[in-house]
Design a protein around this ligand. Sequence first.
Ligand code: NAD
Length: 441
Amino acid sequence: MNAPAELTAQQAAALAHVKAAEKAATQIPVAGDVEPREIRRAAVIGAGTMGGGIAMALVAAGVPVTLIDADDAGLQRGLQRIRDNYDGSIKRGKLDDATRDARLALIAGSASIADVKDADIVIEAVFEDLGLKQRIFRDIDQHAKDGAILATNTSGLDINEIAAVTNRPQDVVGAHFFSPAHVMRLLEVVRADPTADDAVVTLMNLGRRMGKVAVYARVYPGFIGNALFRNYNREAHFLVEDGALPHEVDAALKDFGYAMGIFAVHDMAGNDVGHQTRKAQMATRPNDRRWNDLIMKLVDMGRLGQKSGKGWYRYEAGDRTPHRDPEVEQYIVDESARLGLTRRPISQEEIIKRCVYGMINEGAKLLEQGIALRASDIDIVYVTGYGFPAKRGGPMYYADQIGLANVYRDIERLYAEYGYWWKPAPLLEKLAASNGRFADL
Ligand SMILES: NC(=O)c1ccc[n+]([C@@H]2O[C@H](COP(=O)([O-])OP(=O)(O)OC[C@H]3O[C@@H](n4cnc5c(N)ncnc54)[C@H](O)[C@@H]3O)[C@@H](O)[C@H]2O)c1
């Protein structure tokens, strides 16, 4: 009878941790007397999914925006999507006509990068391609005014390599928004090696002005959020090859507290997101470790997710409810055989451990390398940007509750069994040995 009350106390403590983490994230390592730069006007380059959302988030905070795309067709598409988005909000009773009109009036469109000239901050959101982004930053460098912040919304490219093509690398910073950018609260503020303190502080402040939770990170593949996500995602797919079916993995994650399981999320986002990048990486990836290509095979089979009526699940027309699909389940079983894997029943406990402990181990690596400042920063990234259940406090907090010695023991066991991806982070090993906690670092 005591269990529910006990659980509630634990959950309350976790929620209090999340609240405190949000506050702690505002403290960043810059000289005390840094004056933020003034942001009166912004330019956003790339009027796609992210650029449009970022523009909407900026004008909602009262910052006028020039939205720039490569040509007029791209621009008009982007502007129309913004109008459709507002109209959708009006239909749902979330916005009134006057507010929509006021916000639209703050968005100017352009097909010329020279129009960044009046912006105090330029946020680039073109395709995820380093060469293209470098070309855009050379152009921005030509036209932006002195002292403008030059931000990139890259999901994980090396921002040092972007900063290096400009004559003002101190002004270049990562502004990693999440999709949809006018809704999602998380903003990773990514400091590159040359980024000036006041550029970082200005972006942190602007993030807060936009109602975001701004979290400081350093350059690292995927920064904080996507670095952990890689581990979560990889294990979920390995679990499916090892014997679990998508609905079993998703059910375990939902029981843990996620609103949606990862395979349902893939189907919602589209299994083709990142497909080209993944395909391109296949040629050069090291073959001393296990990889997972199931999602690429699903795309090749036309199983893109909700939009094609089938993915990891099947969907009825006009309905987003995932239904088990014997066809894809048989395919998965056949794939395991083809890979020489003997499928076995997999418990909920194993599903959670493999999905969550991989994130914890990666989080420890980020902390020891200074990519993330605090364990609580990783927690807040996960709770605000990746749907990690707030009542669990975030992956690092969750690890502290289980006890790092326990987490470490399991990770060692997983390393012995599965190798490469599970190599324990030295920091985790050290804390486990000294009865330490991430929270005390
Ligand atoms: N979609 C996401 O969930 C997400 C989340 C976080 C970050 N990101 C990152 O945001 C960036 C944009 O992603 P997206 O999903 O919005 O892509 P998208 O394809 O929806 O939009 C990209 C836009 O850039 C425009 N563009 C391309 N070349 C251009 C040029 N030379 N000049 C001006 N505009 C140009 C395109 O016309 C298009 O409108 C990428 O770096 C991506 O990694 C995406």
